[in-house]
Design a binder for this molecule. Structure first.
Ligand code: UD1
Ligand code: CA
Length: 463
């Protein structure tokens, strides 16, 4: 049966105590609303998914636009019933089933939504809603069920009688309606006093009053239904999403040591037999190949690592690439399109910014290499610095293949250093160096024999 999905995401989320709309807060590496859209896309094509926006609508729409979903705006946030009514024009003519999701339930799985659709499609009910039993149902709407098991009403936490408050069956905020019955009766929702909000949950009572049946689809694992209202729940969702991702990767052949300490964002990909040590954070669109080793405490964001790469502990890698069998770290920093060649070595306290380091090249200790093109097999000695910034502009340093840069060299860009040339340790290099040359740019050493004795003689009081 044709299914459309509406995602309500117009609210501010007062209980977050944030300047940012609730659905833009992140868990598991994505905004809350992105998780819901990803699940919805397994149920309906993007042109049949409408997100209702309001608070910070521009930001929410900009975030979701690439997914191809459509939008409807709710002018004032007058409750979930009003929010759904706001998309009436957007889904006009789309008959069949209308699934309604809330943008603040990021743990929802597509499998559950497909089950919901099938439960509604195979019934003669006006709607099916997902429910679960919670030990602590506070904050959620309670579901009232008659002797036949039909849902007759949903009572919001705020307005529960003491007796109703003890009901443990809660409304998840996930519904599948028969679209024409919903639209026929939605205008019967009355504003609640004193806030004047229109509660979508009133539809249960309204449809029942018109002689229609509503059924519940009760779910055993309530973690999927967690609605994020506070930052504590946000942290819970993040932990659950992270654990799910880690489990998925472990089942696919990735070793994760102490997974409860590791953060791996939803879209990260990792090849088999890679080992991830404790407290690693693998973020954004990062892709890691097979047989890699990611050291403890390393943070890798939106970067691509080929097979057999070793990242030793406490390295920071962002927006960069590392080719096969290269080694990085401990305590290395790669950023802004650093590009490390195959079998290259980068050691402790080395920073690469917008720099290509060729295949088999080495920079093992204490260096800053910025805006540089460094050829294959170049050896960069400890303490080497590229002076890429003159106070106004950035300049490039080019080092040809096989060159040897002595320790503590200062390379003042723009600069070309020819292939297989040598730079003497401690040099300040300001002029280009041809291939196979030796360049020295330092004061000459002066040795004064017996200097101490001579000084004592001239001035006996000196120590
Ligand atoms: C809602 C349900 C409650 C259910 C709970 C499940 C209602 C009245 N109550 O309560 O029964 O147990 O979810 O998590 O529906 N929104 C809008 N426009 C508005 C108001 C809200 O788009 O005017 C959106 C929000 O952005 C949010 C979603 O609807 O994504 C739910 O709103 P929220 O205020 O969190 O509802 P709850 O009080 O949690
Ligand atoms: Ca909520």
């Amino acid at each position: 049966m044709n299914t459309s999905v509406v995602i309500l995401a117009a609210g501010l989320g007062t209980r977050m105590r944030s300047k940012r709309a609730k659905v833009l807060h992140r868990a598991g590496g994505l905004a809350l609303i992105e998780h819901v859209v990803e699940a919805a896309r397994q149920v309906a094509p993007p042109q049949r998914i409408v997100t209702v926006t309001g608070h910070q609508a521009d930001q929410v729409e900009a975030l979701l636009r690439p997914s191809g979903v459509r939008f409807a705006r709710q002018k004032a946030q007058k409750g979930t019933g009003d929010a759904l009514a706001a998309c009436r024009d957007a889904v006009a003519g789309q008959d069949g089933l209308l699934m309604v999701l809330y943008g603040d339930t990021p743990l929802l799985s597509a499998a559950t939504l497909l089950r919901l659709r099938d439960a509604q499609a195979g019934s003669d009910c006006a709607a099916t809603l997902i429910t679960t039993a919670l030990n602590d149902p506070s904050g959620y709407g309670r579901v009232l069920v008659d002797a036949q098991g039909n849902v007759t009403a949903i009572v919001e936490d705020k307005v529960c009688t003491p007796e109703q408050r003890s009901i443990r069956i809660i409304n998840s905020g996930i519904y599948c309606f028969c679209a024409d019955l919903l639209w026929k009766h939605i205008s019967e929702i009355q504003p609640t006093q004193p806030a004047g909000e229109f509660y979508l949950t009133d539809m249960a009572e309204i449809l029942t009053r018109h002689g229609h049946r509503l059924q519940e689809m009760r779910i055993g694992d309530p973690s999927e239904l967690l609605g994020i209202n506070t930052r504590i729940e946000l942290a819970d969702a993040d932990r659950i999403l992270c654990r799910r991702k880690a489990d998925e990767l472990m089942l696919a052949g990735v070793t994760i040591e102490r997974p409860e300490t590791v953060t791996i964002d939803a879209h990260v990909r990792i090849g088999t037999d890679t080992v991830v040590e404790p407290f690693a954070r693998l973020l954004g669109s990062t892709e890691i190949g097979e047989d890699c080793h990611i050291g403890a405490g390393s943070i890798i964001e939106s970067s691509i690592l080929a097979d057999r790469v070793i990242v030793k502990p406490y390295s920071l890698i962002a927006d960069s690439r590392i080719a096969s069998a290269a080694q990085v770290g401990p305590f290395s920093r790669l950023r802004m399109h650093a590009d490390v060649g195959a079998d290259a070595r980068i050691g402790n306290f080395v920073e690469l910014k917008n720099t290509r380091l060729g295949d088999g090249a080495k920079s093992q200790h204490l260096a800053y290499l910025g805006d540089s093109q460094i050829g294959d097999r170049v050896n960069v000695g400890a303490g080497t610095i590229t002076c890429n910034y003159d106070g106004e502009k950035k300049h490039t340093t080019r080092i040809g293949a096989g060159a040897f840069i002595g320790s503590n060299s200062t390379l003042v860009a723009p600069l070309e250093i020819g292939a297989e040339s040598y730079i003497g340790a401690g040099s300040v290099i300001t002029d280009s160096v041809p291939e196979q040359a030796l360049a020295l740019g330092r004061g000459r050493q002066v040795v004064k024999p017996d200097w101490v004795a001579k000084r004592k003689k001239a001035n006996p009081k000196k120590p």
